[in-house]
Design a protein around this ligand. Structure first.
Ligand code: SIN
Length: 545
């Protein structure tokens, strides 16, 4: 769990708000810092500041080294991993602007691991070179989070609203003008802002097996879709190959950097199996490794048995020192990183799709911007290259902020509507709603894992859709009577995200990257070398960009 950082500087009440940033991971904070030099910013986040997917990122941040050739190679690696769907212009922005954004972050106080002053770089899957910076061994996201939180906290024009959930966007015509927020005590607050950025991260909680923390319920994606914004590429959910897999233990991430440092993958028979799947063996693209593990883990009796990470042969580094977080997690489960086989299975990890944006975070609704995992620029295509996500947050967070400044002149400063309202009184009591949600949400998550997981086909996707529709109806029924609550808002978000994933996956009758259809196992470039666009109003269609 991240420490409870920054609780003092909270909104109460907010005045003269110009920009609202929803989400406090790397993309939201980087944007807030850029915006705050020009106007007042409120960063609203659902829990304490550090509780985000960013904080839990382990392996590192991929960034081209000084060598000019490495920028080109980083671009090529990103495009190759994305399996024919990376939007080249977005990847170019990422690799070209990345080094400057990281240098700036170091200036602001981020401390990456070094050897005699020189930044250490490791390798991960599908990278042609070691270019991944890391911090405190395997706690890179936590260090990036810490440094950005401290930097943002020092800025007089940034305020924070912790434990605050965004439940809806407000619009006038097609223009997004504000948001409705729900505080921990149940009060609702309507805010109007010059521009709003959604940086709420991913939605791993839509699956029963995930490396993501409980906050990752796709709220920003759902409220944007509800307001009419387009989503893109929602069928592409990345399953990390190696989440810890011991009965009863959390699905803690076993970083890809373990394989970058030489870890082998073995099946239950003790065989190294990756040679049957890809010439890059354990460092093949993530979708390939995840599917290989899924295949190898089916026992003769049809049951699922974990594969293993094996680091026992590694002698050139001190594994406890290089991976202190993983090592201490394993010790809690009586396993030694250097001596024991580590049981692993894939789990939902990262959403390549999200709110459709241009290269500057503009969504399809004026006034609404998105960046980071909540957004889809097409930078990752069908399969994200390892450790490109923290870089994406930095680069596209900064770009979205610049677009927000430039698109909305300061004379647009909106009056605040400080309409604090008491929670509505209703006929259903909160305990009944929580009990019902405690049954419905796990049903949704299991249905998604069983029907829209690593391998899917028309029949499973249709089953999933039927189940999700019925769960959605039950949740909407509850919402009709219940007081607004974070649990309810999250359940509704998960329904929306699940529906977008299922519909987009049904429409893509081919396999590509993280989306593998057993009934259409090959690429169909003629029809599908294109991005899927989902909206609540229209059927899924494709666009080429
Ligand atoms: C990891 O450490 O394996 C995660 C890195 C990533 O998701 O890019």
């Amino acid at each position: 769990m991240p420490p409870q950082m920054v609780a003092s500087k909270v909104m109460s009440p907010v005045r003269n708000l110009e920009f609202l940033v929803i989400g406090a991971g790397v993309a939201g904070l980087r944007a807030a810092v850029e915006l705050a030099d020009h106007g007042s910013v409120l960063v609203a986040t659902k829990e304490a500041m550090a509780e985000s997917n960013t904080w839990y990122a382990q392996g590192g941040i991929a960034v081209a080294s000084d060598d000019e050739g490495d920028t080109r190679l980083h671009l090529e690696d990103t495009i190759a991993a994305g399996d024919g769907l990376v939007y080249r212009a977005a990847a170019q922005v990422l690799v070209e602007e990345g080094p400057q954004r990281v240098a700036e972050l170091i200036e602001w106080g981020a401390r990456f691991d070094r050897d005699r002053g020189r930044l250490l770089r490791t390798r991960e899957g599908a990278h042609s070179r070691p270019r991944i910076l890391h911090a405190n061994g395997d706690a890179t996201g936590a260090e990036i989070s810490r440094s950005l939180i401290e930097f943002a906290h020092a800025h007089p024009r940034i305020q924070f609203a912790e434990w605050t959930t965004a439940t809806a966007l407000l619009k006038s015509g097609n223009q997004i003008t504000g948001a409705q927020l729900l505080a921990r005590d149940g009060t609702t607050l309507t805010l109007h802002a010059r521009a709003i950025l959604i940086a709420t991260g991913g939605a791993g909680q839509v699956y029963s097996e995930t490396t993501n923390p409980p906050v990752a319920t796709g709220d920003g994606i759902a409220i944007a879709a509800e307001a009419g914004a387009y989503l893109a590429d929602m069928e592409f959910y990345q399953f990390h190959p190696t989440a810890f897999a011991l009965h009863g233990a959390p699905r803690f991430l076993m970083s890809e950097a373990l394989r970058g440092e030489g870890a082998y993958l073995r099946n239950q028979k003790g065989e190294r199996f990756m040679e049957r799947y890809h010439p890059l063996l354990e460092l093949a693209p993530r979708d390939v490794v995840a599917r290989a593990i899924a295949r190898e883990s089916i026992g003769d009796d049809g049951e699922i048995y974990p594969a293993f990470l094996d680091l026992r042969h590694i002698r050139n580094i001190d594994l406890h020192q290089r991976f202190p977080g993983i090592s201490s997690f394993l010790a809690q489960h009586s396993l030694d990183i250097a001596r024991d086989l580590i049981p692993v299975l894939p789990a939902a990890h990262y959403l390549m799709g999200g709110i459709k944006t241009d290269l500057d975070g503009r969504t399809t609704m004026p006034g609404l911007y998105a960046a980071g995992e909540a957004a889809c620029t097409g930078v990752h295509g069908a399969n994200r290259l390892a450790s490109n996500s923290l870089l994406e947050g930095l680069v596209f967070g900064a770009r979205a902020a610049r677009a927000m400044l430039c698109d909305t002149p300061s004379s647009d400063l909106r009056a605040l509507d400080e309409s604090f309202s008491a929670p509505a009184t209703t006929s259903t009591n909160g305990a009944d709603t929580s009990t019902s949600l405690a049954q419905l949400v796990p049903q949704l998550r299991h249905s998604m894992w069983n029907n829209a997981g690593l391998l899917r086909e028309e029949s499973t996707l249709r089953t999933g859709l039927t189940q999700i529709n019925s769960i959605t109806n039950a949740i909407e029924e509850l919402a009709g009577h219940a007081a607004p609550s974070r649990l309810l808002a999250e359940a509704r978000s998960l329904c929306c995200v699940a529906s977008a994933i299922l519909n987009s996956a049904l429409a893509r009758t081919e396999s590509r990257g993280a989306h593998f259809r057993t009934d259409f196992p090959a690429h169909d470039d003629a029809q599908f070398a294109a991005h899927s666009i989902f909206s609540l109003q229209n059927a899924v269609h494709t666009e080429r960009w």
